[in-house]
Design a protein around this ligand. Structure first.
Ligand SMILES: NC(=O)c1ccc[n+]([C@@H]2O[C@H](COP(=O)([O-])OP(=O)(O)OC[C@H]3O[C@@H](n4cnc5c(N)ncnc54)[C@H](OP(=O)(O)O)[C@@H]3O)[C@@H](O)[C@H]2O)c1
Length: 291
């Protein structure tokens, strides 16, 4: 089997990718602070911001393809720790593209809907990035820098994702369900919209991207939905009658990072490539027995 290097295997998406790819590829999965024990993959501990360690990783593993998911993806943390964010979200990503270029292998980069300002949704691959916060800006700079370093970089812009994870990570769904089960008030925006996608569907999309190798592709889910509507759906499907959902507006809650209102992504190009995401309801029904 050919070797696939997945960075961030201890993360939410990395876990889902490892599940999807490990039967067809020899998967090497990196982790940093959270030891990733995913059966069927080879874990490697590394700080990807250390250039010499990265060089050694590529020299020793010589992957046939790379999926770079490792990142710090909390916009508020990135806003308050801009140097840390830049080092992993931009610089490490560009260095990884450089090593992929040296080996002449494809490199998928999981970017984000947050490269857009949310004023002109839905966003297609033709739309120009216009990030509102540092996280979005650093991911945008990574997209540009990686493409400059390596022609075979595939920019995969991902929407808000939810679903199963290994023990070392979580999506936004797990803490949402915990809080809903506790009966504590859950503030959810009625004026913030996304096109969410399950981790399983995201991994399926990225597998298609690795086969087709487009320059850039958006993996929007099937539906545009507010955070509050998502909470109501989860409440119904997980049968959480006592959940205390509190509809609120973005302006009601101050956070370090500015938040775009609607960064819905299109998926026409991905669908033409064979991407077939489930409706959110179907994904949640499937996950009902996992949590
Ligand atoms: N989750 C979403 O809804 C969403 C939406 C759009 C785009 N994305 C993008 O999708 C990708 C995956 O997101 P995710 O939710 O799976 O993230 P996550 O669960 O927070 O996982 C992040 C991963 O990055 C690793 N990492 C962080 N700093 C590192 C460093 N200095 N050296 C090596 N590894 C490091 C972490 O390792 P340790 O935990 O072991 O330290 C972890 O494996 C990211 O590129 C993100 O920008 C995510």
């Amino acid at each position: 089997m050919k070797k696939l290097l997945i960075t961030g295997a201890s993360g939410f998406l990395g876990y889902n990718l490892a599940q999807k790819f490990k039967d067809k590829w020899e998967v090497i999965g990196t982790y940093h602070l959270h030891s990733a024990h995913i059966s069927g993959i080879t874990p490697v501990k590394i700080d990807l911001t250390k250039f010499n360690d990265l060089k050694t990783l590529f020299k020793e593993t010589r992957p046939a393809a790379v999926i770079h998911t490792a990142a710090i993806s909390d916009p508020n943390f990135c806003q308050e720790n801009q140097n840390t964010s830049y080092l992993i979200n931009t610089e490490a990503a560009v260095n990884i593209a450089g090593f992929c270029s040296d080996l002449d292998v494809p490199c998928l980069f999981t970017s984000t809907d947050l490269v857009f300002d949310g004023l002109n949704p839905p966003y297609s691959e033709e739309d120009e990035p216009s990030p509102l916060n540092k996280y979005g800006e650093h991911k945008m700079l990574a997209e540009i820098g990686m493409k400059n370093r390596c022609a075979s970089v595939v920019v995969c812009r991902m929407p808000l994702m939810f679903g199963r994870s290994g023990s070392t990570a979580s999506s936004f769904l797990q803490p949402l369900l915990r809080r809903m089960r506790s009966g504590a008030a859950v503030n959810l925006f009625v004026d913030e919209f996304r096109t969410p996608l399950s981790g399983k569907n995201a991994a399926e999309g990225l597998m298609i991207a690795l086969e087709k190798l487009p320059d850039i592709v958006h993996f929007g889910g099937l539906e545009r939905i507010s955070r509050y509507e998502f909470g109501k759906l989860a409440m119904e499907i997980f049968n959480l009658q006592n959940a205390n959902l509190n509809p609120c507006k973005q302006q009601d809650i101050q956070m370090p990072a500015p938040r775009p209102r609607d960064v819905s992504l299109t998926n026409e190009k991905a669908m033409q490539m064979g991407f077939r995401p489930e409706p959110i309801k179907a994904s949640l029904e499937r996950l009902k027995f996992a949590f």
